[in-house]
Ligand binder design. Structure first.
Ligand code: UDP
Ligand code: G50
Length: 471
């Protein structure tokens, strides 16, 4: 079958690549897929966006909906999932369970992909689905690319981990990252070999070599040593191509009620005076840690905007003001009213990071947040909490985007980070012109990579031309 043709500006027939995108679950995974879809469409691709249903969070449902209706180049394809008995696996993480549920429904995806019209040129799948979905694409001879949703540092770990686990993990050598990584920087679930995530991670790490390429939302100037190490191993036969296309730019913005509270408040604050505090879409701090953070922000002397999350999945996340006050300490909201804002619910983080009143970012270092901070030129105080975030925090520190107090605890540790520590580090970040200048330099490089002629734009063009050849 031949790809459809259109007449280009020069009247020569050109193939229109038709690409199917398959995200897994969680906003951290959905977001780069939406951004990649927009980037591919701007390079002339038609996109079929596959949604495994039901989705886990309300935010995912909303964002897919808004995205699909934003352009006729985007088509939506629902992939209904088989029922899945969660009692058969070791994990209580709703997102890991969804990775597994999608994987166990994989055999129904082949016929769906074959029936799409016009025929597909390629499939781009989420890294968490690698071992289950690559064989399905291979069966129907469909070129398959992985979208790796985290840093190149984390990709290097993911590719190295099967061997590290097999050898008992005495030294944890991660090419381009660390000669001997501290075990405490590995994602927490990997400590338990029976954990659902651990099995998936090892199988996906092994299977990745069979992909036609690994697309990643990073860029040469942000992770030069790691990308060089990864791309250098192309010499090893069978090692897949690593394609850095970042920073991926926003696809479509969703405006929410929380934004209506936040943006006018920011408008009224002095330039670069506000520290933005957020731990992403799926990280809730313990009640004790929340109180300590509140007290730390209060005594830092800085203005702050804090997105408060008390539950992992947003559908459960609606706290009234009274509950928040009890949680953060009696009278807190009233005392800080003149300089601090606490919001619960979704705020448009990109709009916040681009706001001139915001001068710093306390971040959990989810990879999307790191790339957004880089594009906003926003200095970061890294406070990783879970999973890949310590590896990402190493990138933040090494690139100059921010600082990581590596002794600060994360999920699963007994100790919490005390208010004096938090206050000191926040005040230091906000008072440092050197930190602001270093972050501004990271922004310059990020913008250059994403601009016409930049390294990531060239990678995208190459990728699209590969779709056209193999479609
Ligand atoms: N995000 C947002 N508003 C919120 C929470 C999150 O816009 O209130 C966005 C954030 O900008 C990022 C994504 O959701 O693009 C979260 O992905 P990330 O990788 O930073 O962290 P995760 O949520 O997966 O831990
Ligand atoms: C969630 C998490 C930890 C974590 C990741 C999460 C990653 C890293 C990439 O999404 O994204 C990755 C995840 C799963 C997999 C392979 C690679 O099987 O809590 O590290």
């Amino acid at each position: 079958e031949r790809p459809t043709t259109i007449l280009s500006g020069s009247m020569a027939p050109a193939a229109v690549p038709h690409v199917a995108l398959l995200p897994s679950s969680g906003m951290g995974h959905l977001t780069p897929f939406l951004r990649l879809a927009a980037a591919l469409a701007s390079h002339g691709c038609v996109i079929t966006f596959i949604t495994p249903t039901p989705v886990v969070s309300a935010a995912e449902a909303r964002h897919v909906e808004a995205f699909i209706s934003s352009s006729p180049l985007f088509r939506r394809l629902e992939f209904p999932l088989l029922p899945f008995d969660v009692s058969s696996v070791v994990s209580d993480d709703p997102f890991f369970l969804q990775f597994e549920r999608i994987s166990r429904s994989a055999r129904h995806l082949g016929p769906v992909l074959s029936s799409v019209s016009p025929p597909l040129s390629a499939l781009i799948l989420d890294v968490t689905l690698t071992s289950s979905i690559l064989p399905i694409a291979a069966e129907i001879s469909l070129p398959a690319y992985i979208l790796f949703t985290s840093s190149a540092g984390m990709l290097s770990l993911c590719l190295s981990y099967p061997e590290i686990a097999a050898s008992g993990g005495v030294t944890i050598k991660i090419p381009g990252v660390a000669e001997d990584l501290a075990p405490s920087s590995l994602p927490q679930p990997l400590r338990d070999p029976r954990n659902l995530f651990t099995g998936q991670f090892i199988e996906n790490g092994r299977a990745m070599a069979r992909a036609d390429g690994i697309i990643i939302n990073t860029w040469e100037a942000l992770e030069p040593a790691t990308l060089a190490a990864l791309q250098g191993s192309k010499a090893v036969s069978g090692f897949p191509l690593v394609i850095p296309v970042g920073p991926l730019l926003a696809a479509s913005d969703i405006h929410t009620a929380a934004d209506d509270l936040v943006i006018p408040w920011l408008d009224a604050q002095p330039a670069s005076s506000v520290v933005f505090v957020s731990f992403g879409s799926r990280t809730a701090l313990s009640a004790e840690q929340l109180r300590e953070l509140a007290a730390g922000l209060e005594s830092s002397g800085c203005r702050f905007l804090w997105v408060l999350k008390t539950k992992k999945v947003d559908r459960e996340d609606q706290e009234g003001e009274k509950a928040v006050d009890e949680l953060l300490g009696e009278g807190f909201l009233q005392r800080v009213e003149w300089k601090g804002k606490v919001v619960s619910g979704w705020v448009d983080q990109r709009a916040v990071l681009d706001h001139p009143s915001v001068g710093g970012f306390v971040s959990h270092c989810g990879w999307n947040s790191v790339t957004e901070a880089a594009l906003g030129g926003m200095r970061v105080l890294a406070w990783p909490r879970h999973g890949d975030q310590r590896i990402n925090a190493m990138v933040v520190e090494k690139s100059g985007l921010g600082k990581w107090p590596s002794l600060w605890t994360w999920e699963g540790d007994d100790e919490i980070v005390r208010r004096e520590e938090i206050a000191g580090r926040v005040a230091e970040l906000m008072a440092s012109p050197a930190a602001a200048a270093a972050a501004a330099k990271v922004k310059e490089e990020a913008v250059r990579a994403a601009t016409a002629g930049g390294s990531s734009q060239r990678q995208l063009e190459d990728l699209v031309s590969r779709f056209t050849c193999s479609g």
